[in-house]
Design a protein. Structure first.
Length: 264
């Protein structure tokens, strides 16, 4: 074999070897099928959970917009019972809330309440909670931070009024969406343990799980702890990550029988 042919064969062998090496490297870089599926499932679950959180804000505003103060029935709360032992300044704050309440005007009550809530006297803040509670779902945004009030009586009253207000919303999925949003910001564990029930009282396991996962993945450590406890109670498995949650869903998820299953 002459020199030219030998050189040609050597160059051909080098080229073939290069192609083989490239293919090997490409296969090594290519993710395994199950890894790709896992990452995709993780992104899908996160995307759904995050979308539910964003939508819940608009949902709450829509619910509030549909509320009519004149449709409320029953006796108005007697905020005067909180006046005993108050300073003159605090009495005026409570009385301003009472006067606004007498007018059945939520805007006026809200204005008086925001001034009164600056008081360091727990009884004044508790009077505000009772007044706000009269307006049901409209007052949910104002009642939410009060569930973390440093005074136990104020916080307890706010939790009760918040829950009563939410119960006035007929659709369970709407209540759950609002509860999910609140659990990402509130830090009162007692309140969170009450609120999480609004999420788990749904017939759709996927809706429950995606809500709990979104809370677990949030920056609120207290809310994440409560949601994690509920997740583990629901699945019977210790929380590890979203991939494990997806696996549990694929193995155990049963879709609701009809669209009415998530109704109020």
């Amino acid at each position: 074999m002459n020199t030219v042919k030998r050189i040609g064969l050597v160059l051909l062998a080098v080229a073939v070897a290069g192609v083989v090496v490239s293919l090997i490297c490409f296969r090594q870089r290519e993710p395994k099928a199950d890894e790709t599926t896992g990452r995709k499932a993780k992104r899908v679950l996160l995307a759904r959970a995050q979308r539910r959180s964003v939508d819940s804000q608009a949902l709450l505003q829509d619910v509030i917009a549909k509320q009519k103060p004149e449709s409320r029935t029953g006796e108005k709360p007697d905020v005067d019972m909180f006046l005993d032992g108050l300073s003159d300044r605090d009495k005026k704050l409570v009385q301003s809330v009472r006067d606004a309440l007498d007018e059945d005007d939520f805007t006026s009550v809200l204005k008086a309440a925001r001034v009164a809530l600056k008081s360091k006297t727990p009884e004044v803040r508790e009077a505000v909670v009772e007044a706000l509670g009269w307006f049901g779902p409209q007052a949910l945004p104002e009642l939410t931070p009060l569930m973390a009030d440093p005074d136990e009586n104020v916080a307890g009253a706010a939790i009760s009024q918040w829950e009563l207000a939410l119960d006035e919303i007929e659709e369970s999925n709407t209540r759950a969406a609002i509860a999910t949003s609140v659990m990402k910001t509130l830090t009162n564990k007692d309140a969170l343990e009450t609120i999480v029930c609004q999420i788990t009282h749904q017939d759709d396991d996927f809706a429950i799980l995606e809500a709990l996962v979104s809370i677990i993945e949030s920056d609120n450590k207290v809310g994440a702890e409560v949601a994690r406890e509920e997740y583990e109670s629901l699945t019977g498995e210790e929380w590890t990550d979203i991939d494990a949650a997806n696996k549990w869903l694929m193995e155990n998820y049963d879709p609701p029988e009809s669209d009415d299953a998530t109704g109020g």
